[in-house]
Structure formats: structure tokens, C-alpha cells
Design a protein around this ligand. Sequence first.
Ligand code: URA
Length: 239
Amino acid sequence: MSKQTLDMILKSQGFGTRKHCRQLVEQGEVSVAGEVIANPRAAFETAGLAFELFGEPWDYREQVYVVLNKPANFECSRKPSHHPGVLSLLPEQFAWRDVQPVGRLDHDTTGMLLMSDDGPFIHAQSSPKKHIPKVYVATTHDPVTPELVECLLAGVKLHDEPAPLAALSCRRVDDCHLEIVLEQGKYHQVKRMLAAAGNHCTALCRTAIGGLMLEALGLAEGEWCYLDEAQRALLVPGA
Ligand code: URA
């Protein structure tokens, strides 16, 4: 249990500097349990706290865990150069609280992207030691053959990689779609593996991480949702 003053609560949630948050409260823009609170030093228990800012409801969150259904033509980089950044698809206070993508998807890759401001969570999700499977559906230029699937399962040698990289599992979906599951997250890994196996990836979508499936979240492209504890537990199979 921890009590904090309202200005510090707003600051922790990404609504700006302490001074700005103090002003928001003093201007009567914040209410708790239906009552306008104009004293920035009023203290509240943060666990389970719900408040309204400019009439919009917010729940206090110590950390933010989000899944975005990433559209094409958005960059995961913090300093995007050629396309808008994925953070522009989320409420602006997320950037204030340093929410960042967990790993990277290429600008033209779509699908499941985790985002959080919880450093240890980001680290654990990105760590190869956790062996978290990531599922991709690749659209291929040439037809998906049994030989292609076998080759990806057996492992392909990529430039700059000391050992061949193999898919954890791989299956033909239809003539030009392949589902491939990887444990690692090397640079352009799916595209490079497909190229090394003699085909070409023309589109790529990440459909699941661990046991959490994008489809189950019902998000259209560009939409996002918070992840609850049960959904987060699915991200690390067997955890
Ligand atoms: N592999 C790729 O080639 N690109 C991605 O965005 C993710 C995995």
C-alpha cells in the first residue's frame, strides 16, 4: 500500500512535469470518485485508484503493459527517420512515462508488438535465455514447398551468424503463406531465413508471442490494449 499526492500521481502516469500536474489539479481538471480535487497535495492510495482528467477516466497503473497490432509503415525506433514511430499510435502520456517497444519489428512488418515501461519485463521478454517462441506468418513470393519447410526446420546459415539458425516449427498455411516459429530475434531474421532458403518474404505478420495470440485480443491494425496479469503470464510459457 502506498499513498501519494495527486500531483505526483499524475506525474507518474505521464501527464507532464510536476509543475504542470499541479496546475491541472489547481485548475479543477482532476476528479477522484466523482469529486473535483483542487489540492495537488491531497494524498491517495494508488492501488486501484481511478481518477478523471478533463472528464476522461484513467486507472492508476504502476507500470504499463500494452499490445499494439502494429500496422505497416510505422517504425519501432525511438527516433524514427522514414516513417512515424509506433508510439504515435498510443496516448501521448505513454511516451512521457518511457513506454517502449519490446524488441523490434521492421517498419513493414505488421502484428503483435509488446510495449512497456517496465525495464525488467522488457529485458526478460527480449532475453534469448527465456526461449520465448514468436510466431510469424510470412507471405512468400514463390510457392511454399515441402523442401522449403524442411530447409527452415533443418537450419540455414545467415551472414554474420556463426551457427545455422533453425525454426522451432514451421508449416505451410497455403500456397504462398508459411507459419514459422522462432525463439531468437535476430535482425530481419524471418526475411533473411526465407531468402537463405531460396524464397522471398513479401509480407510478414507476427501473430503470437509465447501462448498469447493476437487474434484472441480482437485488435484491428493500429489498435492496442492493456495486458492483464493472466495475459502477461501467457507470454512466458511454463513460467
Ligand atoms: N523477422 C523479420 O525479418 N522481420 C521482423 O520484423 C521480425 C522478424
